[in-house]
Write a protein that binds this ligand. Structure first.
Ligand SMILES: [Zn+2]
Ligand SMILES: [Zn+2]
Length: 448
């Protein structure tokens, strides 16, 4: 189950609020299916008003039938499922009570009758754990195998927390970057998808391999060309001689760096089916693509399934775009980590409908000379080191997401390659952002 950061910020204090009755919060949820299991995505929270509750005889809260019906109707109309959250204080390893279980066994099948296409559940949260019962679509069996992921303070937190020894946890809290038990297992358990295996993406992948990330999914449909050699150190002359696909060539390279890392090559383009299926099961996506259309697609997929999306891009801007031999006015790069519930590429104005239309209508984009050179037979630009700077910043953001070694990520980093400096630009969520309201945690569309 995944909870975007802005909803977690409301959910966590609300379930722990002291009051007359045990506070209950309803999550309206969508879902997505991956080979590893079902991802339940919390799209919205409903805090029931005090009038909805009736005094309960046993443990916990009960609410009125009228409120139940109103909530169910609203949920059904919107094609969403219902997950009931509450909290048990004082225990690290939280347990479902007998009352909790009895009420879940009664309520969840009733929810399913009304909204059969979505999952429903009842979750109890503890200090650093979560448990409960879930009823998946097309199933009559309740399952208790749950992990809950939320995004707070720029890192990914999973309940229940790992069962590490107390001394290992203490070491990790104090020195998260030391390659010891906790940080090693967090990296080993992670799957990171890298999209676009040219100058930036290849250097991202090799650095992730060195860190010991468990699985790297490399997505690119192209073959290695001569232009790639000055853009990255990850390919060699033999890759060109053998006309190897980028994803395949990178797999060999990664194996030499760290043979414990699983590298999964995907020879496809986003948004082709194999690429989307691979992205859905990633814990983070790093986009190293050279056009806005692909960025828009990646941002949408990441938001649908609540996956952190780190975007890098390098632009080389001539003084006069119409002059083949124009001098360079600027070489500028961007790194931005979008964490579900925080600002997205649309919030920040990095993506706009206008920019996308302009790109679609204008084939001669002022992006990397390496890309242009393939069409125009111009020499490629020496940008391996510039790509390397951006790759290193993106990998650091990924490390921050997984290990939490620094404060929050809500800045965009702008790299000026001519001066060799990086500026931090504050980013803010746009409350009117259409993508954040329509797409975030939307999961897979339901066809009914
Ligand atoms: Zn309870
Ligand atoms: Zn947004």
């Amino acid at each position: 189950m995944r909870v975007p950061s802005h909803l977690w910020e409301q959910l966590w204090p609300e379930v722990r609020r002291p009051g007359e009755h045990e506070p209950v919060v309803f999550g309206l949820v969508s879902h997505g299916v991956t080979p590893r299991g079902t991802i339940i995505l919390v799209r919205e929270l409903v805090m029931p008003p005090p009038t909805a509750f009736v005094r309960a005889a046993g443990h916990g809260a009960k609410w009125t039938g009228a409120y139940n019906i109103a909530l169910l109707n609203e949920t059904l109309e919107r094609g969403l499922g219902i997950v009931i959250f509450h909290y048990h204080p004082g225990r690290a390893d939280v347990q479902f009570s007998g009352d909790d279980e009895a009420s879940a066994r009664q309520l969840l099948p009733a929810f399913q009758v009304v909204a059969p296409g979505r999952p429903h559940g009842s979750i109890v949260l503890g200090e650093s754990s979560a448990t409960g019962l879930i009823l998946l679509p097309n199933s009559s069996t309740l399952t208790g195998e749950i992990s809950l992921r939320f995004f707070g303070d720029g890192n990914v937190v999973t309940f229940p927390r790992s069962k590490a020894k107390p001394e290992d946890l203490l070491l990790h809290r104090r020195q998260p970057l030391v390659a010891a038990a906790v940080s090693k297992s967090r990296l080993k358990d992670a799957t990171i998808a890298v999209v676009g295996l040219s100058g930036g993406g290849t250097q991202v992948a090799t650095q992730l391999a060195a860190l010991g990330v468990g699985e790297i999914i490399g997505i690119d449909a192209q073959r290695v060309t001569g232009d790639n050699l000055v853009a990255t150190d990850a390919f060699g002359w033999a890759d060109i001689l053998l006309s190897r696909r980028k994803a395949t060539a990178l797999r060999s390279k990664i194996w030499w760096i760290n043979r414990r890392v699983r590298f999964t090559p995907v020879n496809a383009l986003v948004p082709e089916r194999p690429a989307i299926e691979a992205l859905k099961r990633a814990d983070a996506v790093i986009g190293c693509v050279n056009n806005l259309k692909s960025r828009a697609d990646l941002q949408e997929i990441a938001w649908r399934y609540c996956i952190p999306y780190i975007d890098i891009g390098l632009g080389l801007y001539p003084l006069d775009p119409d002059d083949e031999l124009s001098e360079i006015a600027a070489i500028s790069g961007n790194v931005f980590a979008a964490v579900p519930g925080g600002p997205c590429l649309w919030c920040t104005g990095f993506l706009t409908q206008e920019k996308l239309e302009k790109e679609a209508g204008n084939a001669n984009r002022s992006y990397l000379r390496t890309t242009l050179s393939q069409n125009n037979r111009r020499p490629a630009a020496y940008v391996s080191s510039f790509n390397g700077v951006l790759a290193a910043l993106a990998v650091s953001d990924a490390l921050q997401l997984l290990l939490g070694y620094a404060p929050s990520l809500s800045v965009r980093k702008q790299y000026d390659a001519l001066s060799g400096t990086i500026a931090e630009i504050a980013v803010q969520k746009n409350p009117a952002c259409p993508k954040c309201s329509d797409v975030l945690a939307a999961g897979e569309p339901l066809w009914q």
